[in-house]
Write a protein that binds this ligand. Structure first.
Ligand SMILES: Cc1cc2nc3c(=O)[nH]c(=O)nc-3n(C[C@H](O)[C@H](O)[C@H](O)COP(=O)(O)OP(=O)(O)OC[C@H]3O[C@@H](n4cnc5c(N)ncnc54)[C@H](O)[C@@H]3O)c2cc1C
Length: 504
């Protein structure tokens, strides 16, 4: 009997037949991303608890069959649920319990299958005064998968992995550990203190293949009673640098606690509608005349700034708004500050929404479906997110590299600058195309590689990697590759856990 058959039989005994899937529909879904992939998935395992995850790992160790975990598998633009190398997928979606919630201490402890939509509904049902960072991505994406990828969200805890603790991790050896004080009996501070005594291990398990996380605590932020939308349009791209500098100032001094975003016109247009195939008679990338027409039709400008100001009282909101106006108005004369009640339905409370998923259908010739399923629909979509110090000169340099490249490959430069922290912005490029057009898969990946090479060559490295580039094509100058190889060999001697994902 070959190793895979041996492993499948053992997994069936441990999980039950119904939780070891190998039907063609499941496998096709597991190996399809929003760009070309060649990896095969031989089975999908669906453990229901930590003990079953440990059993999955032990069997993989015994049989040397590689396994890769996903929490919700909605990593769209970075590879969806496709593993870096062929193997078996461990889908943690059945483990979807909220394990702990404390309104006073403001935290929520969850299993990997808990989604943003589920967590949001959980807090709503309890009339909670607390909020979780909301991503602009799929509402069905998982809190844990997003945090492990060091994702970014909207809300005071937008730099998600900075606000988590108490990880429970199953190692490739089958051992299980808890990070922070939670490793001790009756630890009272397990969910409120990140470090405890001794080395902090949390970071080892984010963007890595050293363990499967089966539990994590998320710190929540109070929902401020007073919100204002700070927004403005940049009629001239030269305003970008000065606006960024002033936003940094407002973030550093604490007037603005939330991430801000700057979207270019292509990004706004791709959320509002689809490519004007008829008007352009099939010509790509979008001709300048059409770009201007669409801008005028939809009141879209070269760049749009958005940020939410939060304050615990009306007086503080008013003072903060005045400060924002004082710092920004001269550079951004179009600045407007709207109170929540002026915003209309939905207001400013962030609710997980599928709205931005429309972007993925920008270049499709078929209309947007009611429920987006981009992998099924042949949407071509690749993200590249690079870290840029928050100064005008860095942003201008990075943009000068990133902006012209997509056009050379036949795509619109769909760009966003995210002020996730006070010192560092992410320049996020989306390459959007139609996988059903012959040659576009290859062209889009060549565009991604050229962008990564150009930005990385100037020192602007990705903040996060997709399976399209699971390790960076740049050699570190220090001894980290050897150290990481030693760690991996110690924790995963047969290299069975997510081989190739960030680490060998
Ligand atoms: C239009 C659009 C908008 C988006 N907006 C955002 C955004 O605003 N912010 C953002 O951060 N992302 C965004 N994304 C990207 C992505 O959808 C999210 O990051 C999403 O949270 C990732 O999917 P997931 O949570 O289901 O993670 P998964 O796909 O389950 O996991 C992601 C990766 O993490 C690892 N992993 C997952 N679970 C575990 C585990 N339990 N143990 C160990 N390793 C694990 C795996 O390597 C996996 O490949 C967007 C995507 C699209 C298409």
């Amino acid at each position: 009997m070959d190793r895979l058959q041996e492993a499948l039989e053992a997994w069936r005994r441990e999980l039950g037949e119904e939780h070891v899937l190998a039907d063609e529909v499941t496998l096709a879904r597991a190996r399809t991303a929003t760009f070309a992939t060649t990896q095969a998935v031989s089975a999908v395992l669906r453990p229901g608890n930590t003990e079953e995850v440990r059993a999955c790992v032990r069997i993989a160790q015994q049989t040397h069959v590689p396994i890769t975990p996903v929490s919700a598998g909605r990593n769209q633009g970075y590879g969806s649920r496709v593993p870096v190398r062929s193997g078996v997928l461990v889908d943690l979606g059945r483990m979807n319990r909220v394990l702990e919630f404390d309104e006073d201490l403001a935290y929520l402890t969850v299993e990997p299958g808990v989604s943003f939509a589920q967590a949001h509904a959980f807090l709503e049902e309890r009339g909670s005064r607390l909020q979780l960072a909301t991503i602009g991505g799929p509402p069905q994406a998982s809190l844990i998968g997003n945090a492990l990828e060091r994702g970014d969200g909207i809300g005071p805890h937008g730099d998600v992995f900075q606000h988590v603790c108490g990880l429970e991790v199953v190692l490739p050896t089958g051992e299980c550990l808890r990070t922070g004080p939670g490793r001790y009996p009756r630890a009272q501070a397990a969910s409120v203190l990140r470090w405890g005594a001794g080395p902090g291990l949390d970071g080892l398990f984010s963007q890595s293949n050293l363990g499967i996380v089966t539990r994590m605590t998320f710190w929540l932020a109070p929902r401020a009673p007073c919100l204002r939308l700070i927004s403005g349009v940049l009629e001239d791209p030269f305003q970008l640098g000065p606006v960024l500098e002033r936003m940094r100032q407002l973030r550093l001094e604490g007037t603005l606690r939330e991430a801000f975003s700057l979207w270019n016109d292509y990004k706004v247009l791709s959320v509002l509608g689809q490519y004007p195939w008829e008007a352009t008679r099939g010509l790509t990338p979008l001709p300048e005349a059409q770009r201007r027409k669409l801008r005028a039709e939809h009141k879209v400008f070269p760049w749009h700034l958005n940020c939410v100001l939060e304050a615990p009282s009306e007086a503080q909101a008013q003072a903060a708004q005045e400060r924002v106006e004082h710092v920004l108005k001269e550079t951004l004369p179009t600045l407007i500050c709207l109170r929540e009640e002026e915003m209309g339905p939905g207001g400013l409370r962030q609710v997980p929404s599928a709205r931005n998923l429309r972007m993925m259908y920008w270049r499709k010739r078929t209309p947007l479906p009611e429920v987006p399923e981009p992998e099924r629909d042949g949407c071509g979509f690749i993200w590249l997110s690079c870290a840029v110090p928050m100064t005008a000169s860095h942003l201008e340099t990075a943009l000068a590299l990133a902006e012209p490249l997509p056009l050379r490959f036949g795509f619109e430069p769909n760009l966003c600058v995210l002020g996730v922290s006070a010192r560092c912005a992410y320049l996020v490029v989306a390459i959007i195309y139609d996988r059903e057009v012959e040659g576009e898969d290859a062209r889009a990946m060549a565009c991604h590689d050229a962008l990564q090479q150009a930005l990385g060559g100037a020192g602007y490295y990705p903040a996060r990697l997709g399976i399209q580039a699971p390790v960076l094509p740049f050699a570190p100058e220090d001894d980290s590759p050897a150290v990481l190889r030693t760690l991996k060999a110690a924790l995963d001697p047969h290299g069975i856990l997510a081989p190739g994902r960030y680490l060998p």
